[in-house]
Design a binder for this molecule. Sequence first.
Ligand SMILES: C[S@@+](CC[C@H](N)C(=O)[O-])C[C@H]1O[C@@H](n2cnc3c(N)ncnc32)[C@H](O)[C@@H]1O
Length: 372
Amino acid sequence: MALRLRAMRRVLKPTGSIYLHCDPTASHYLKLVMDAIFGRKNFRNEIVWCYHGPGSPRMRQFNRKHDVIFWYNFGKSWTFNRDDVRVPYKDPKQMPRRAFDTGTSFDPEQIEAMRNRGKVPEDWWQHRIAVRSKTERTGYPTQKPLGILERIIKASSNPGDIVLDPFCGCGTTVHAAEQLNRRWIGIDISKFSTGLIRDRILHNFKYLNADDIDMRGIPETVAEARDLARSDAFEFEKWVCGYIGAEGMFREPGEKGADGGVDGVLKFFPVREGKKMKPEYAIVQVKGGNVSPDAVKALHETVRRYEATAGVMVCFADQLGTVENQRVKATFRDAWGSYPVIQGYSIEALLDDSRGLDLPLYGYKRRGARLM
Ligand SMILES: C[S@@+](CC[C@H](N)C(=O)[O-])C[C@H]1O[C@@H](n2cnc3c(N)ncnc32)[C@H](O)[C@@H]1O
């Protein structure tokens, strides 16, 4: 962490700021690290983000429902757009006393103007967590709410500035930055996050095309995909899941068991006559090497065990023959057609975007009403 923070200091503009989010189990250690790297005098705020949320109540202590965000800068002056982050006063009594010093009676117009202008927020923010928001939820386990990132970016940068998030996860920072007309760079060690962010950005900002997003460090050719499959099977799996829009299983490397051999789960939306559209699920299996006949049969078994609608075997094109020969030939239907219960999908198709999966309204929620 210290190395990454030093690298951040190196690239920070003189008027720039760094915000470090952590939870209270680490915040006291990280503040010392931040003091050492950015200097105590450059500490601006410790923002306490409070929320309600799920979690089992603790019997012998208070429930932990806040996170900590440290704000530091590293120059003599720093951007702080106080007027862009004002929030309305809820209660006129909270307003500065000057508003009332106009005589014995209130001046209603002045009070209204003050109320509209609002106040600069305190250093504690109440904001719901992202999983509570149907419109924001991506399925990424540590997703942060957009509102928090928007406030930070508005306060400490101007349109056209560059926002960098070196642990960008599902891309909340880059989403907020794009929305606020900033340029952005996201970095994440997980290859799952790259595909997820690409989808998230293309879905939310229709003026952008895939080519507008410069993706680095992920396979662009079949040879690179094979290299990744050979060198890190787990990251290969996550990269594929992120790209086809499947929710990964978020296992630790090497961890087996609870996932039951499921590498990812895809949501799609069959159109059934006279029925409200409800999501159904396809189990995703990713194979970077040979696909054995048993693996194809096992996928069908997994689909049955989890009561999913379909199963997708993602592999290199030279293995598709085995999938085709060994798969059960059953199909399922919706109002628009019929689809194979078990299907193969090649890394080659994934890379050149030539063909989507044969599932109804797949990608509908992620990318808008786009059929793949
Ligand atoms: C707490 S999450 C960030 C969540 C993010 N703010 C969002 O809204 O999705 C931390 C992220 O850091 C990534 N990460 C962990 N170690 C890393 C490293 N050494 N370099 C880059 N990213 C890393 C993880 O993959 C994870 O996505």
